[in-house]
Write a protein that binds this ligand. Structure first.
Ligand SMILES: CC(C)(COP(=O)(O)OP(=O)(O)OC[C@H]1O[C@@H](n2cnc3c(N)ncnc32)[C@H](O)[C@@H]1OP(=O)(O)O)[C@@H](O)C(=O)NCCC(=O)NCCS
Length: 272
């Protein structure tokens, strides 16, 4: 039987467990760039906001969920972290996939693809639990390291720790239906001591050539103020400027192609 068929994927809600520690350890081996990696306390602080009444009143229902994937012998094979937001003003829900990862020894077995499917089904289940229909529109976003915005040192460190060349990563996401949004994207600092992350692109799963900017800004407002700032501020000038620019455009061009990513690979993959 294929490994993927024996893998058990479960959601993890409690950060005060051995299970969560193990997922964190695997996550920290794979994700190492300072500006895009959370501390253990940062991840716990973010999860602790689930159900926060003030934030729910301000932004609508939201939930952060972790997944673990284990082999039948109980070995951790992968994990994922994502946020689900309901945007009542846009009559849709959104997902932000923050991290998805497979242990390097278990790759190319369909576990990453399976985690991706579980993210959507778990999100749908949670949206339904909030009283919305199972077929409520759901848009899936993720960030990706943009090779052309990374320093050679960042590129090398990322490729080494992730065990995946950043250009190959773009191709993996592209094959899953994700497309890059042609908009300025800066992720605010994850912690008060940290720096904004400027080497990412914002991507969405879509087959359209234009994506509504109102959904993007509604999604990012929630993602930035809840998951990134973890409610430590409700007004950040740089963030507001980015959101304002997105809102000013009616829709955002959808870009990225396999050809483009293969070209990027020729330019960047040899840097390390
Ligand atoms: C990206 C990542 C999660 C993919 O994980 P994975 O478990 O290898 O993913 P999959 O096995 O589903 O897909 C990888 C390949 O295996 C193939 N595959 C899928 N099912 C398979 C199966 N049953 N048997 C063999 N191969 C299979 C897929 O077709 C895919 O090939 P392709 O890229 O040529 O289409 C993994 O490389 C990783 O953890 N990278 C580091 C972290 C990272 O960059 N995460 C993404 C950003 S947050």
């Amino acid at each position: 039987m294929d490994l993927v068929q024996t893998i058990k994927i479960q959601s993890v809600h409690d950060t005060d467990t051995e299970e969560f520690r193990q997922i964190y350890d695997l996550y920290r081996r794979i994700f190492t760039l300072e500006e895009e990696t959370e501390s253990f306390d940062g991840l716990c602080a973010s999860m602790a906001l689930n159900g926060n009444p003030d934030l729910t009143q301000k932004y609508g229902p939201f939930q952060e969920i972790w997944l673990s994937a284990r082999t039948p012998e109980g070995r951790l094979a992968g994990g994922a972290d994502f946020n689900v937001f309901i945007l009542p003003e846009q009559a849709c829900a959104t997902i932000h996939i923050t991290y998805i990862f497979t242990d390097a020894r278990c790759r190319q077995n369909g576990i990453g693809s399976s985690l991706l499917q579980h993210i959507e089904s778990e999100a749908r289940r949670w949206v339904a639990s909030q009283g919305f229909p199972l077929n409520y529109p759901l848009h899936v976003f993720c960030e990706q390291n943009a090779p052309e915005r990374m320093s050679p040192e960042e590129y090398r460190r990322d490729a080494e720790a992730a065990g995946l060349d950043p250009c190959q990563r773009l191709i993996w996401w592209h094959k899953k239906g994700f497309r890059r949004l042609d908009t300025e994207y800066v992720q605010p600092p994850l912690s008060p001591q940290g720096k904004a992350c400027t080497n990412l692109s914002l991507n969405v799963k879509t087959s359209k050539r234009l994506f509504p900017s109102a959904i993007v800004s509604g999604h990012l407002r929630r993602f930035f103020y809840i998951a990134v700032f973890k409610a430590r501020t409700s007004h950040d000038a740089q963030t507001e400027e980015i959101l304002r620019k997105i809102e000013a455009t009616g829709s955002i061009p959808v870009t990225g192609s396999l050809k483009e990513y293969r070209e990027l690979g020729k330019r960047f993959s040899l840097q390390g």
